[in-house]
Write a protein that binds this ligand. Structure first.
Ligand code: PRP
Ligand code: MN
Ligand code: MG
Length: 179
């Protein structure tokens, strides 16, 4: 079972649900005069994106982009690769990027600059923020939980593609990635 590899639960299923309700209401109000494009960053954002949009009672569209910078390990490679672009015209649009986590900040800095360069107004919502991990300057507009500098998995976050389906966010036992 996946649970055996988890040292502790950092953010529970219930806490995530409550936070999605809270953020959904705020976003609903902040975007009431426009139809935002809610942009999920594959693959980690999928569970949070699905949870969040259920709680935004207003007009919106969704789309996805795939970028990758971890390539399997526990450390950022430092290079962000664009794997799949958006399909939607974005010039002049309000875009809300949905992320599972902001760590070094490289992924979101890259994405924000790319989308702004194409003429979009960009904001960021992230389930988790790990400010101690930051190596480039970028801040989310909306944050679910600020977490300490530990390697976390679950609710979309993976270690080598595993654990994305855990219903909560947990800290992985060290022996799992040291073996
Ligand atoms: C992870 C995570 C964020 C990014 C955050 O994605 O989902 O997108 O890294 O790290 P950063 O702030 O240091 O850039 P990853 O590249 O592992 O791809 P994935 O979403 O498919 O797991
Ligand atoms: Mn990701
Ligand atoms: Mg990953």
């Amino acid at each position: 079972m996946l649970e055996q590899d988890i040292k502790k639960v950092l953010v529970s299923e219930e806490q995530i649900h409550e936070k999605a309700v809270e953020l959904g209401k705020i976003l609903q109000n902040d975007y009431k005069n426009t139809t935002p494009l809610i942009l999920g960053i594959l693959r980690g954002s999928v569970p949070f994106m699905a949870e969040l949009i259920k709680h935004i009672d207003g007009e919106l569209e969704i789309d996805f982009m795939t970028v990758s910078s971890y390539h399997g390990g526990t450390k950022s490679s430092g290079e962000v690769k664009l794997i799949m672009d958006v399909d939607t015209a974005i010039n002049g649009r309000d875009i809300l990027i949905v992320e599972d986590i902001i760590d070094t900040g490289r992924t979101l800095k890259y994405l924000k600059e790319l989308l702004e360069h194409r003429g979009a107004r960009v904001k960021i919502v992230t389930l988790l923020d790990k400010p101690e991990g930051r190596v480039v300057e970028i801040e989310p507009d909306y944050t679910g939980f600020t977490i300490p500098n530990e390697f976390v998995v679950g609710f979309g976050l993976d270690y080598d593609e595993h654990y994305r389906n855990l219903p909560y966010v947990g800290v992985l036992k060290e022996e799992v990635y040291k073996k």
